[in-house]
Design a protein. Sequence first.
Length: 498
Amino acid sequence: MLIANNISKSFAGVHALSGVHLSLQPGMVHAIIGENGAGKSTLMKILSGVIHNYEGQIILNDKPVQFNSTRDAESAGIAMIHQELNLVPQLSVVENIFLGREITDSFGMLAERVMYEASLDLLKRVGLSVDPGTKIEALKVGQQQLVEIAKALHTKASIIIMDEPTSALSDNEVSTLFTCIHELTAAGTTIVYISHKLQELYTIANTYVVLRDGVTVAHGAMKDISETDLIAKMSGRNTKIEKINTPKNFDTVLLEVNDLHLKHATLLDKNALSSISFQVHQGEIVGIYGLMGAGRTELLECLFGLHPKRSSGNILLDGKKLNITSPAGAIAAGMALVPEDRKTEGLLLEHTVRSNMSLTVLQTLEKFGIYIDTKPEKELSKKFISELSIKTDSDTTLAKNLSGGNQQKIVLAKWLATNPKILLLDEPTRGIDVNAKAEIYALIKSLAVQSLSVVLVSSEIPEIMAVSDRVLVMANGKLTANMPISEANESLLLKKAL
């Protein structure tokens, strides 16, 4: 259906792609695999018309094509679901689905009812139960991801590119998505699937192509390669994530949460969190598992002072009761929050690596309240670039130009600069590759060894099992389990989450 021949692309003299070849067949799921920065997103942006200045040739249905815009690609039957959501927050679900493709009646007026009904059908296909009139900004990240998928389905494309489509989805939503993909491929649609969750690739993909440093290093049938070999081809080395097997004894309680409640944002007679109580010891890594909507993010937000008017209960740090009414108060108390959505809530993408790292400690760097002393700021960025092994040409590189894993390390550096007592991590490895994950895991464990306490929210049970000393499970805004990791297993955690 599509052949990409000898595709090359450079940015500021740096090769993002070098002679890449790709061949797509109809009715199949093709996995594009590689570490962050391997060139996957650049290649997909070329295929979808986002990037049109490149070397090489694209042949679609036996005809050479050149896309100068995403509209050109969509007209040719290629749609892309971006990892970083491409929705307008202030518009409704139906307005986003039909944006640029609005349906009008014979008088040129918007056929709102027709679009509304069509949106209901599309949302049903992806398993999302929300009113199409709901604004995007009112939806959780995972729900927005499903809207992106519904939007792509609406285009009736013959090739759909999915970039990390399950990064914010629950297990049930992933199952619904896979059913949808099977229906699409059965009808002859080609799926290009990018994911760092290797296990799901063995479930959904027919073929694979591995990119490393902008070059095609391997391709073949998914059934013919093991996960270990796949990781080795991605990285050029073998990566092993060590799991915690030996129980640890912790003596000092650092954080204590008693009877925490959070009123629902819109349903005033309901609670988003109810009767949450737990402890976190000094140097302990506590994992929090649960399905989407369980209240995990809301719990971290409450601890960080984001919902003071709707929350109640007692929070103690070092045995002292806290009255946190804002994030500034939480930071002053010794807390730090790495949010789920690093692009919009964790980084200033148009700013440099250095300025992002110093955001949380500007008061210590300012001179006379007028300007920033660049010498200690440079020392700060140099320190964390080295300690966290951040891959960047310079600390003046814009954050948006780094890979997802390196961007996440910048967010971590920003908070580590405050010397926190407790680090709250919300999906810290979302959308980053397996080797970058291993680096983040090692970093988290090393911080705990230095007596930093960590609360880690994750939708991936293997991640919880690999990093945590103890695990909490949430369902419907309540704690349903609190156990040492030595007692946990996948089926038990899932049962408690349900």
